[in-house]
Design a binder for this molecule. Structure first.
Ligand SMILES: [Zn+2]
Ligand SMILES: [Zn+2]
Length: 207
């Protein structure tokens, strides 16, 4: 699969554009403030964006939703428990930045164990709550897009409304660490890592 990483805006959020080598159908994980480089890449490669998936509903990950949807006709997907974040500026944290952010409504909401398919790639939806109640990770053959659950050497913040530190640690222990050690983790902020590397060295999650 081809994976393009875009690091965007003040919060340096990572967005990932993915498609199979032999297909133009693509999927995008999260949409930060400046969507131009993503739309340019879609255009340059002649891709058709089928889905925009929000790993969770925080403002830095959803602020580009409207632009991406309007420019591509992609469907918006988010876990059912994070759907309220799309229209609630307290929950999506935009109220604290003085801008009331509202995303378009999702075309469909997601749950644990569902599959999102584009041509030649199937992504499993894994519910990984804690940072937000409806945070999801998307897993496809050795690659996991984990949003703000786990970072290289760190974990997601849990000092936000509806966050739970205990849930976050459980999500990592029970849903992320059981993936094969060589699984590459693509976080919402910072550099990529692997399951094996975090199991060995992440100071926030004891085995
Ligand atoms: Zn977040
Ligand atoms: Zn974030």
């Amino acid at each position: 699969m081809n994976i393009y990483k875009f690091t965007i805006g003040n919060f340096a959020v990572n967005n990932y554009l993915v498609h199979a080598y032999d297909s133009v159908q693509a999927i995008l994980f999260d949409a930060g403030e400046d969507t131009d480089p993503i739309l340019q890449k879609i255009d340059d490669l002649g891709l058709e964006l089928a889905y925009l998936v929000n790993t969770h509903g925080h403002g830095d990950h959803i602020i580009g939703n409207a632009k991406i949807l309007n420019s591509t006709g992609a469907q918006l997907l988010i876990h059912e428990l994070d759907e309220p974040y799309l229209s609630d500026s307290q929950l999506n944290l935009s109220a604290f930045l003085g801008a009331e952010l509202k995303s378009p409504k999702p075309d469909r909401t997601l749950r644990e164990g569902e599959k999102i398919s584009i041509e030649n790639l199937d992504f499993m939806v894994i519910h990984t709550p804690g940072h937000t109640p409806g945070h999801i990770s998307l897993v496809c053959s050795g690659h996991a897009f984990v949003g703000d659950v786990i970072f290289r050497g760190s974990i997601g913040r849990t000092d936000f409304p509806l966050s739970s530190g205990q849930q976050l640690i459980e999500s990592i222990r029970l849903k992320i660490y059981p993936l094969p050690d060589e699984t590459i983790l693509y976080p919402g902020h910072g550099p990529n890592t692997t399951v094996g590397n975090e199991k060995m060295s992440n100071p926030f999650v004891s085995m």
